[in-house]
Write a protein that binds this ligand. Structure first.
Ligand SMILES: [Ca+2]
Ligand SMILES: [Ca+2]
Ligand SMILES: [Ca+2]
Length: 245
């Protein structure tokens, strides 16, 4: 009986692993279910258009920033009221969307940038190892607020991803939101040697920004699950035979 209980426990544990968080779909829509447990939220526009730390209303509101690293793949996602394709022109000034900034050793200095361009509704991403950043205009209001990389080295990397815009139920202010989602291989971040990873995003003025920190996870591959499963079946069979004898 003892054997049977431990077998059931292991089998149940394996089932839990197999049914962990839903997969992220790179479709240009930031689903709070797919990013559950792997995003920061700062949706909301206060009085006078306050989006914290600056102002500007929905057009400058950063709503959700997601980062998940699973089985050697880095997934990143952003939803914002800031127009990621065209930027925002206000008071005769052109404000631009920033690069995604990645800190791989948790020291507060960002080591990599994901630059992007959006053409005909499709994003293209470029990864850079960064030696110097350009801070946002109002970076003096808060600590370490890189807007885009100033000098860096291009790291040839294959990306997947999608871009979308629309009125989403997850945006509490109404109005249009813009979404980028993407993924690439963790091995492109050569400086990474384990531990938590932080993602940061803002626009050129830095009126709003978000950071999200995640620790990579790995779940058993279907093939190794199958191997483990057949091993468990063998063990159960063996103990059953032994009891019978
Ligand atoms: Ca999605
Ligand atoms: Ca909003
Ligand atoms: Ca760093």
């Amino acid at each position: 009986m003892k054997n049977k209980i431990s077998f059931m426990t292991v089998a149940a544990t394996l089932l839990c692993f197999a049914q962990s968080a839903p997969a992220i779909t790179l479709d240009g829509a930031f689903g709070l279910d797919e990013w559950a447990g792997n995003y920061s939220a700062d949706d909301g526009v206060g009085s006078g258009g306050f989006v914290g730390p600056g102002y500007g209303g929905q057009a400058f509101d950063v709503e959700y920033l997601g980062l998940r690293i699973k089985n050697g793949t880095v997934y990143f996602g952003l939803q914002t009221g800031f127009n990621l394709a065209d930027g925002v022109r206000q008071g005769g000034i052109d404000y631009k969307p920033g690069d995604f900034a990645i800190d791989t050793n948790n020291d507060g200095t960002y080591d990599y940038a994901i630059d992007f361009a959006i053409s005909s509704g499709n994003p293209s991403y470029s990864l850079y190892s960064v030696s110097a950043w350009q801070n946002s205009m109002y970076a003096q209001h808060h600590v370490a607020d890189p807007f885009q990389y100033k000098t860096g080295t291009l790291i040839p990397t294959a990306f997947s991803g999608d871009y979308g815009s629309g009125v989403f139920a997850s945006n509490m202010n109404g109005g249009t939101s813009y979404v980028l989602e993407g993924s690439f291989g963790l091995n492109a971040l050569a400086a990474y040697s384990g531990g938590p990873v932080t993602l940061h995003w803002t626009m050129s003025c830095g009126n709003d920004y978000l950071n999200v920190t995640t620790t990579p996870t790995s779940v058993p591959e279907p093939s190794s699950l199958l191997l483990l499963g057949s091993g468990l079946t063998g063990a159960a069979l063996w103990s059953w035979r032994r009891r019978k004898a």
